[in-house]
Design a protein around this ligand. Structure first.
Ligand SMILES: C[S@@+](CC[C@H](N)C(=O)[O-])C[C@H]1O[C@@H](n2cnc3c(N)ncnc32)[C@H](O)[C@@H]1O
Length: 221
């Protein structure tokens, strides 16, 4: 089901779409796609431009806890957790909750908040079978926030099928576009996106992979 959890926060960030095209975008894309230090804590042209915790995910954590009726007994997985700020916010509300984070980035995984208690490991979602160790419906909630559009179609399909297999509930958020202007903005801005899909294409894919979780699209207006 479509959710409106993070769009308002996403649109509040200022972005100069066309400036990004002027700063050697191909090189920036190559660097960003390694998802290492430059992407997180380097110059803005490579990605976040310094991703330190500023409390931006506290509202989302509250919404997730309420929507999915999470408790201290819940098990939550975040695929593409990055610096695990969302897991950290959930832990603040539910200090005993069981948290699992997976990401391809060594830099992100080694720069999570010090107070976070979680099972964190590296994973590459393009490796077939990378989620095979998780059992059916192991997680009360699986999250994947702004990560899946970074995959190519075959990896996207297998990831969606796996998320469905291992989760009782899931919430995923991806970049998308509704019109030519948003597609132009997205194409100018995106450094690591590989799947530029409209909502219709995403929903087609959900049906094809039998993904029944919740989702949200982030637009570049
Ligand atoms: C836009 S960031 C989002 C991070 C985090 N979910 C957040 O919202 O703060 C995209 C994340 O996807 C991860 N990622 C990209 N490709 C991946 C892959 N093939 N396997 C696992 N993680 C990947 C990146 O390292 C990065 O943490």
């Amino acid at each position: 089901m479509y959710k409106d959890f993070i769009s308002s926060h996403h649109t509040s960030t200022p972005r100069d779409y066309f400036q990004r095209m002027n700063s050697q975008k191909k090189i920036c894309m190559e660097t960003a796609s390694q998802f290492e230090k430059d992407y997180w804590d380097g110059d803005r042209k490579f990605g976040y431009g310094g991703y330190t915790y500023d409390g931006r995910w506290s509202a989302l954590a509250e919404k997730l806890v309420n929507e999915y009726k999470l408790t201290n007994d819940s098990k939550i997985l975040d695929l593409g957790c990055g610096k695990a700020f969302i897991l950290f916010e959930i832990q603040k509300i539910l200090p005993k909750v069981s948290l699992v984070g997976r990401d391809i980035s060594k830099h992100a995984i080694s720069n999570v908040p010090k107070e976070l208690v979680a099972d964190l490991e590296l994973i590459d979602l393009t490796n077939e079978g990378c989620l095979a160790d998780f059992s059916e419906k192991q997680f009360d909630l699986t999250l994947s926030i702004m990560t899946l559009h970074n995959l190519e179609l075959p990896d996207l399909e297998s990831s969606l099928r796996e998320i469905e297999r291992i989760s009782k509930n899931s919430f995923i958020a991806m970049e998308s576009y509704r019109n030519w202007e948003e597609l132009t903005n997205l194409q100018c801005w995106a450094l690591t996106c590989k799947s530029f899909f409209s909502p219709r294409e995403w929903e087609y894919l959900f049906e094809k992979t039998k993904f029944s979780g919740d989702y949200e699209f982030l637009y570049f207006t």
